[in-house]
Design a protein around this ligand. Structure first.
Ligand SMILES: C[S@@+](CC[C@H](N)C(=O)[O-])C[C@H]1O[C@@H](n2cnc3c(N)ncnc32)[C@H](O)[C@@H]1O
Length: 199
């Protein structure tokens, strides 16, 4: 699967595919986003400028805005972003893949970037490319929260809905090359601080 295959598949996907709880109920779906936003808030400073990469229809971006974060919601799918703004019109949305972020931000950098249920669907190569762009969008010392799972039996996803897992060694090498310092946390995702490469 190339990144473009994944992007195309998500653009055409039923919104129910975003999260298993959507098949339970809309209430359960949105409550899961509120709970995850509260979890993110334990590591992202109050009022921070945050970028939600692959925001979907705003399951987490909307509650992050409610918590007082200045949210930029980025997704490659305009359909997803339209669903988000139908719900909450005043969140900043950007239709872009990882390569399009820099063009939107210009010289600005975010205090924090998070990406949930996005990297997991990409190949090793595309995931590394995306994480590099997310790091570039984050100010030095800023926080990245990445749903980037490790496994003792790492494997690449073989479909747009599959899950790519990484070995700890692969992740450590990637962090060193990209400029990410792992931060200890109880979060179910990786938490990193943006550092200089080799610093
Ligand atoms: C499973 S949904 C997750 C949505 C949201 N993060 C959440 O947790 O509810 C994946 C989203 O990521 C977007 N996406 C996938 N790959 C992308 C990429 N390379 N660049 C930008 N968006 C991407 C898809 O369009 C889709 O909206």
């Amino acid at each position: 699967m190339t990144a473009n295959d994944v992007i195309r598949a998500w653009d055409q996907a039923d919104p129910a595919a975003i999260h298993p709880l959507r098949q339970v109920s809309e209430k359960a779906y949105w409550e899961s986003g509120e709970a995850q936003a509260a979890t993110l808030a334990t590591v992202i400073p109050d009022g921070a400028k945050v970028l939600d990469f692959g925001c979907g229809d705003g399951r987490v971006a909307i509650p992050m805005a409610v918590l007082g974060y200045e949210v930029t919601a980025v997704d490659s799918s305009q359909k997803m972003l339209d669903r988000l703004t139908e719900n909450v019109p005043d969140i900043t949305t950007v239709q872009a893949d990882a390569d399009g972020i820099a063009g939107h931000l210009g010289r600005r950098r975010m205090d924090a970037v998070y990406s949930l249920a996005v990297l997991i669907h990409h190949s090793y190569q595309d995931c590394l490319h995306i994480i590099g762009k997310l790091r570039a969008a984050t100010k030095l010392g800023g926080i990245l929260v990445l749903d980037w799972p490790a496994s003792d039996t790492p494997a690449e996803a073989d479909s747009w809905i599959g899950v790519t897992t990484w070995s700890s060694e692969q992740q450590a090498d990637a962090c060193a090359a990209i400029g990410l310092e792992p931060v200890d946390s109880d979060l179910p995702w990786g938490v990193y601080r943006a550092v200089k490469v080799g610093g």
